[in-house]
Design a protein around this ligand. Structure first.
Ligand code: BGC
Length: 390
């Protein structure tokens, strides 16, 4: 990984902007500033990545939370296209409910009955979602303060976030070291790479939990935003959203997004999977040229603004969640309440409950091995990428 260690030695480098390229109207840069203090007294910083074209991604050292992605529409008008809050306190209070923008681990999504067996030993986890474990348990990676190091890439600006999760944390075996790198590239993509190592065999599933609304955060429902998912099959679940273990064809069902379809077109169908989840909240089995290949997963398109979001991943699955559990009780960063269908997620991942489903691609990480995964979110419009209006 082309990490420039000279950059790390600049710390503390509060307020220093790294001018990396000047080919566009905006010079790519990375800034940071204090954001707040956690309830248990830890300092949290906010980082701002800006690329040559004026696309801006902001994230926190707390939970690796992406708080804003500012992307232009076809006219160059910028909007923040992810849901978020205005303060650290709101992120701390509500993360366990919504996980806005956060890095999720050790195990993104659900593990059935909050337990699994690895090499003959049973591990018990916190049941924080009915009988199941969700998103790493009570204090997952979304609630930890990550160490952040700036990163100079040839194709953009970024930072590496790292943490060490002690053996037994939230019930998972092994001391796990994790590095997630956010890079905003000059071709308008947010690339997220993950690396992890353990000193004892364990299970692992890492993702980012950004909620997208391509018409703008707080602008209302995404039902008319048009989604394509490169998947012939999905993993149906029981009523608690634990996969049955089958891989079911999407053909002829409301799960079929192989051709571009408005998110809302079939959202209120009586199809059992949609009833269980109160909307879309499912794992699609991505079509891949080969396991682990970085390949096209999904596209979302918002016709009025012309904004397009393409998602590529090395992961075998993607969870698309239409914010079914947002109920109007939370006020977001745009000063408006969030409701069901106000956003969609594209949580690239291994399948839910893989530790208990030997037929699924394995989520086991063996001692001494390195886990690697990559997801790319590319921002575009339906006409040539516009000059961002100042
Ligand atoms: C899950 C949802 C959950 C949401 C927020 C998604 O990844 O699939 O069921 O409500 O995260 O926690």
């Amino acid at each position: 990984m082309p990490f420039d260690s000279n950059m790390a030695s600049l710390a503390p480098w509060l307020g220093i902007a790294l001018a990396l390229a000047t080919t566009g109207a905006h010079a790519a840069k990375l800034d940071h500033a204090p954001y707040g203090t956690t309830k248990d007294g830890k300092q949290v910083e906010i980082y701002t990545l800006t690329n040559d074209h004026g696309v801006v991604v902001k994230f926190l050292s707390y939970g690796g939370i992406i708080t804003e992605i500012n992307a232009p529409d076809r006219q160059g008008q910028v909007a923040d296209i992810v849901l978020g809050f205005r303060t650290l306190e709101e992120y701390e209070t509500n993360s366990a409910k919504v996980y806005f923008g956060a890095l999720i681990g050790r195990y993104a999504n659900r593990i059935g009955q909050a337990r699994f067996t690895l090499e003959g030993q049973e591990y018990k986890l916190a049941a924080n979602n009915g009988p199941n474990s969700l998103h790493g348990g009570n204090v997952g990676f979304d609630k930890q303060v990550w160490q952040v190091e700036p990163l100079r890439m040839s194709d953009g600006v970024g930072a590496t976030l790292s943490l060490t999760s002690p053996n037994g944390q939230e019930g998972f075996p092994g001391t796990l070291t994790v590095r997630a790198t956010y890079t905003l590239t000059n071709d308008n993509a947010l690339r997220i790479t993950y690396e992890a190592q353990t000193d004892k065999d364990t299970v692992l599933n890492l993702t980012n939990h950004s909620y997208f609304n391509l018409a703008g955060n707080g602008s209302g429902t995404v039902e008319d935003q048009i989604l394509t998912i490169n998947a012939d099959r999905f993993t149906p679940t029981d009523a608690t959203l634990i996969p049955t273990g089958e891989l079911t064809p999407v053909a002829g069902t409301p799960m079929d997004f192989r051709t571009a379809t408005p998110i809302g077109a079939r959202l209120r169908s009586s199809f059992q999977a949609l009833v269980y989840a109160h909307g879309y909240d499912h794992n699609w089995v991505l079509n891949k040229p080969s396991p682990g290949a970085l390949s096209f997963a999904a596209r979302a398109y918002e016709p009025r603004s012309g904004r397009v979001l393409d998602c590529y991943t090395t992961e075998p699955g993607v969870q698309v969640y239409t914010s079914n559990f947002l109920d109007g009780s939370l006020v977001g960063s745009a000063g408006r309440t969030y409701r069901q269908t106000d956003a969609f997620t594209l949580e690239t991942q291994h399948f839910p409950d893989s530790p208990n489903k030997p037929q699924f691609p394995t989520t086991e990480l063996k001692a001494g091995q390195t886990f690697r995964s990559e997801t790319v979110f590319r921002f575009a419009t339906d006409s040539p990428f516009p000059q961002v209006n100042p």
